[in-house]
Design a protein around this ligand. Structure first.
Ligand code: KIV
Ligand code: NA
Length: 261
């Protein structure tokens, strides 16, 4: 099937070609990214923060994700479309497979779930059900409440070794690629060297992984209230929108022929 072929094409990029992953949450963004030629479009559960206005991703439900995967899928043709599995949608193997099937039917080519060695069983079961999987190791945003904040991983050699075991377990379980979030640049290099599948870095140093991940709102300056330090915004969408609205309001108030008292 076509999703499986897309996943194999991403896997085959290892040691060959850099991979790009950008998030989208709706039809126009998905279509623009697809037409721009990105390799992977991710409907991330960052949805909760940059689109739905929650303080973190622990508020996102499977129904939220299905709604936005369906919309984004209508705009994505060539890229591999990945849908995030939200918190508590993969608490058991049975639930993981059911949730993955729903995301797949909503239009995702693959699903992504957070965790390394601990998630190997879920990853293997989803892949065996015929649905490609992208792993996600390092800083796991769904654990923010448990861990009391966002903590960079891989600072000690013990943590670095655990990350290498995580990436090996995720690859061995059948994932076609793995996001490496919030790890030290040195750990990101170690993980990448030991990984048989492409590592996709975010907040893990520059040029340390096989590919790069960015949240679209960070990239284009569409969420000005919080911009991660590791992102260089390439546009000022929030500024442009505010300026357009203000200019339009001025015209509304001053346009000749308008009725005013
Ligand atoms: O939800 C998301 O946007 C993500 C990426 C940061 C990898 O998981
Ligand atoms: Na996510």
């Amino acid at each position: 099937n076509q999703s499986f072929e897309k996943a194999e094409r991403i896997r085959a990029c290892k040691n060959r070609r850099h991979v790009t992953l950008v998030t989208a949450y709706d039809y126009p963004t998905g279509r623009l990214l697809d037409e721009a030629g990105v390799d992977i479009v991710l409907v991330g559960d960052s949805l909760g923060m940059v689109v739905l206005g929650f303080p973190d991703t622990t508020h996102v439900t499977l129904d939220h994700m299905l709604h936005h995967v369906e919309a984004t899928a209508r705009g994505v043709k060539n890229a591999m479309l990945v849908g995030d599995m939200p918190i508590h949608s993969y608490d058991t193997v049975e639930q993981a497979v059911q949730s993955a099937k729903k995301l797949f039917l909503a239009g995702a080519d693959a699903v992504k779930l957070e965790g390394g060695a601990a998630q190997a069983g879920n990853i293997r079961a989803i892949v065996e059900a015929g649905i490609p999987v992208v792993g996600h190791i390092g800083l796991l945003p769904q654990k923010v409440l448990e861990e009391g904040g966002y903590k960079i991983k891989g600072k000690s050699s013990a943590e670095e070794e655990a990350l290498v075991r995580d990436v090996e377990a995720v690859a061995e379980a059948g994932a076609c690629a793995v996001v490496v979030e919030g790890v030290t640049p040195h750990a990101a290099r170690q993980v990448t060297v030991h990984s048989s599948i492409p590592t996709l870095g975010i907040g893990s140093g520059s040029h340390t992984c096989d590919g790069d991940v960015v949240v679209i709102h960070d990239l284009v300056g569409a969420f000005p209230w919080f911009i991660p330090a590791f992102v260089k915004p390439r546009a000022d969408v929030a500024g442009s929108m505010t300026a357009a609205v203000k200019e339009w309001m001025e015209d509304c108030y001053t346009e000749p022929g308008s009725i005013s008292s």
